[in-house]
Write a protein of this length. Sequence first.
Length: 485
Amino acid sequence: MKQLALEALDSALRPGVTYADVRIVESRDRELGTKDGKPSQVSSDESAGIGIRVLADGCWGFAATDDLTRAGIQSAAALAVDIAHSSALAKKHDVTLAPETRHEATWISPCQIDPFSISVEEQLALLTAIDDELRRTPGVTLAQTSMVFHRNRQVFVSSLGSIIDQTRTFSGAGFEAYCFKDDQIQKRSYPNSFGGQHQLKGYELIHQLDLLKHAPRVAEEAVALHSADHCPEGLFDLILDGSQLGLQVHESIGHPIELDRVLGSEANYAGMSFLTLDKLNHLRYGSDLVNAVCDARIEHGPGMGTFAFDDEGVPAQSADIIRNGQFVGYMTSRETAAAIGEKRSNGTMRATSWARLPLIRMTNVSLLPGEQTLDEVFAGVSHAIYMETNRSWSIDDKRYNFQFGCEIAWEIKDGQRVRMLKNPTYSGITTEFWNACSAVANRDNWVLWGVPNCGKGQPEQVIGTGHGASPSRFHNIKVGAAYGG
């Protein structure tokens, strides 16, 4: 792979090319699922190809191919250069890149148990046992389970002299129980909705999740929700579990800090951002308790946004985004960092495959843990609503006005759950919401959650992101407006 990448780089370094990089990627995927006791999906996929990016006449050119012969690589390199020259006919200004140094490295993500060494039969047997356990509860009308495994090896070379070989292995699993009664469907998921938990780990993650143990409780809650009271409507102190707060971070912090959205080069898919350049170092994003980082380092945790180097050869870093409530940083590329006068990219460029151009993508955008115990978060107010597990989300194309729905909620009085509530929702304005943060649980309750389905770009690129969060409390939040009582 390294020799092919270097040959491709030589082919791309033609007259007029001021910079070039090459990514050769080999990937392997396995997806398994059951639905009502029967396999719903058993699939595997392998892919290999090369993506070539060049800067010529002040413009980018990109081409990709799965033809890894010398002729195929040379043809792709020539096309990338031709696209750059053609783009120059419509350019408004030359692309300038923030400086980066040469790197040589080989990195393999931690993986205790190779998920591809476990047979499909054994994995399906576990999913079927979970499915059976869910349907054992009277009232459960649909049960679903899933597992997903992905391995990606990428060799990156650039005209700076970098040669970087990275291999990452991801695993994910989860299940859902549905109860259809009268004219309503209630749902409970574990350990999270939309496919469960996903991390940069091997099959050891499946053992750690202990899925079968949690199946009876999840099934019982799905049925019990039909008898629960509707979530009341009004202004309440709101407590969110870590998984829901992780998605809140994703939508109302992660997306708006993507600097390409701010600068306008990303707008067609999911909009731009309210975080215009004048707000940097001036906006009070949240209360003093709110501290958020963008951190791709393995020290931050086994996240879906963890790596050693991004897809333009910049090392993984931790960048402050919100410090004691103050907005202090964006996610950048070499191009966007230079555009706003930064000395270096903070390393957030990623592509979903060899066939796609790297974009600024969330790595692990996390709310750092606070200092309060979980009991203190719950007991800090006399009356609150506690919500768990995302069910729906909506946010405007500036990432400012939002509404979220959760699968389940409880009314909290004096720190104790007093009744289950169904169809809970809450809404707000991003900065008002984060400024209302009044408690953040400590590291004992902090989890790095994986979101496997973040979409961006045209053609669309779906990629995994990480979001660390612990349960937190927010004062005077609008609750329950989406459903009638």
